[in-house]
Design a protein around this ligand. Structure first.
Ligand code: GLN
Length: 320
């Protein structure tokens, strides 16, 4: 059903939050520091294939940690729950995204949304696909976005050159048997997956694909099985914003994932994908303005999963 009120609402959100200039662009990956701090894009894609957007919605930036739920879904598909959960947990860590902490007895990373967990997941993909892993990953991400995506070589090189902390995490994981020997190859895959170029339109469509039971609503291509979508959205809901995840669940109440280049992708199950880009970050590595817009939009549209306006999406409800 076509609607004529959503575009004016997105325009209004854009205008309202345009003056917001808190936060700092990430510079620990030197190439990310080159981003224009004023860039600001919003895109919303519905599960029935409509797009509404404002501002710099086609400005490219690297996906960074927003890649993590998508690779997690692939790893479970390839290796099954038992093997994946022996290597990476599903508990919010309450810690920063690049924390070097592992679970006390199991030595697993706490969850796949922090770097330690995501590197473990990349290693699982490498373990299965070997040198084909990047190609497979790009094909899947591209299917979710609805067009071919590629790696930003400069950001990749920059991450590879300066990623000493991630390298340390990977070697700690190797020490505890969470990843296999080919740790450099797994890290390389991780750096490349983080350096995939997207814009808010791509992320909104990727989110809409998850909202639409894993089928891209624009191309009709089945990208993820519905059981994997459930895994991905669950982990995004509890861990998607690192040590801000609890507050996010409280204030916005939808599964989401942020990345240090300034993107935030949110999913409203069975309804829509929503993405913002604004590279100024808070101390936790989340986009300041992106969070503000998401809080505002969730309130405006009653998107929170426990909002009394949200009708929910369960099968049982449809039967009653
Ligand atoms: N590539 C980034 C890193 O490993 C991803 C982190 C993020 O987006 N939070 O540091």
């Amino acid at each position: 059903m076509k609607n004529d009120w959503l575009q004016p609402l997105i325009d209004q959100m854009y205008a309202k939050h345009l003056p917001h200039n808190a936060g700092e662009v990430a510079s620990y990956i030197p190439e990310l520091g080159k981003a224009n701090p004023n860039d600001f894009g919003i895109s919303l894609a519905t599960a029935d294939g409509q797009i509404f957007e404002a501002g710099d919605s086609t400005r490219p930036f690297t996906i960074q940690s927003i890649s993590k739920p998508f690779t997690y879904g692939m790893a479970i598909e390839l290796h099954g729950h038992a093997k994946v959960s022996a290597r990476v947990g599903v508990e919010p860590s309450g810690d920063v995204f690049n924390s070097i902490q592992l679970e006390k007895d199991s030595h697993r990373p706490f969850n796949p949304m922090i770097n330690a967990g995501a590197i473990t997941v990349s290693a699982l993909l490498y373990e299965h696909y070997g040198d084909e892993a990047l190609e497979q990953l790009l094909a899947r991400f591209s299917a979710a976005a609805g067009h071919p995506l590629s790696v930003d070589e400069a950001v990749y090189q920059s991450e590879k050159r300066t990623g000493h902390r991630n390298r340390a995490i990977a070697h700690l994981l190797l020490n505890f048997g969470m990843v296999e020997e080919k740790v450099e190859q797994a890290l390389d895959l991780y750096f490349k997956q983080c350096s995939i170029l997207v814009n808010t339109r791509d992320l909104a469509v990727m989110g809409a694909t998850l909202s639409n039971l894993g089928k891209n609503p624009f191309t009709g291509v089945d990208v993820y099985d519905i059981d994997r979508v459930k895994d991905m959205l669950s982990i995004m809901f509890t861990c998607g914003l690192y040590d801000y995840s609890g507050e996010w669940a409280y204030k916005v109440g939808v599964p989401a994932k942020s990345g240090v280049s300034g993107g935030v992708m949110s999913v409203v199950n069975r309804q829509l994908g929503f993405a913002t880009y604004s590279p100024r970050l808070d101390a936790r590595g989340n986009s300041c303005r992106g969070i503000e817009v998401c809080v505002d939009l969730a309130n405006e549209l009653g998107l929170h999963v426990f909002d009394c306006m949200n009708m929910g999406s369960s099968y049982l409800k449809a039967m009653l």
